[in-house]
Design a binder for this molecule. Sequence first.
Ligand code: BV8
Length: 238
Amino acid sequence: MRHRNIVILTGAGISAESGVPTFRADADGLWLGHRVEDVATPEAFVRDPAKVQAFYNARRAQLATVRPNAAHLAIARFAARHPGRLTLVTQNVDDLHDRAHAEIAPGPGFELIHMHGELLKARCTASDMVCNWREDLEADHPSPHHPQGRLRPHIVWFGETPLEMDRIEAALQACDLFLSIGTSGAVYPAAGFVQAARFAGARTVEINLEPTTGRRLFVEGVYGPATETVPAFLDTLY
Ligand code: BV8
């Protein structure tokens, strides 16, 4: 085993070949056809809750039509046999990693962290209680957890604090291999994880369709579609 403690960061690119659209595909800088500030900030939710809920309702409903791809499954197969620690930190709010690891049970050292939340969960605005949620959310959706609460998507919007940062930082400090898969490195703090990994002395590899603007922060780069590059790269680890 060449590496004991591994951190894998994934972004929208790992789900692209499953049919889940990436964020920065449109040249006009729109985010899935919307301006970020109109659908992915707390201010947007206060200003126009119906628009924000509809944006997430459509993405939540789309999950029923997609499946994990060969890249998700390759990570799950690796997690099943890796005897050390494997921390999979995803920026994605889809459940494709969850489904892959439900299909192929991981080893004891595995953890999956959704640092930007999950489409299939809702959060009470009064109690912060999080519950599984598969249906549409209405603009002013009463919360079952609190009489004054409303249900919002359990999503980390711009300007909000990502989830599980302590666990992520601990994993980065202990890692000897850091893989960044299918992310443009446009959003912080996720885009800064590679620096923490390098500071910890880890081997750093960017695996993406093409080199990103953060390419120079990685010692190695592997380029091509994730369904080809991820299984091939993980095979080199044993
Ligand atoms: C924070 C959930 C403090 C929503 C997302 C002013 C005010 C407040 C904050 C800021 C500010 N200025 C800057 C900031 C920080 C801000 C930020 O980074 N802004 C950017 C725009 C500059 N960040 C925040 O606000 C974060 N919070 O900073 O709090 C803090 C910090 C540290 C510790 C404590 C507190 C919160 C950001 C979270 C926003 N929510 N998602 C939703 O999904 O609707 S972000 C969203 O976009 C994703 O989750 C992801 O993180 C991000 C980037 O997307 P990617 O996954 O990289 O996708 P993208 O389309 O960009 O790239 C896809 C890549 O895949 C491409 O490179 C492509 O080549 C590749 N690809 C395509 N196909 C394939 C492929 N690769 C392989 N195979 C293929 N087939």
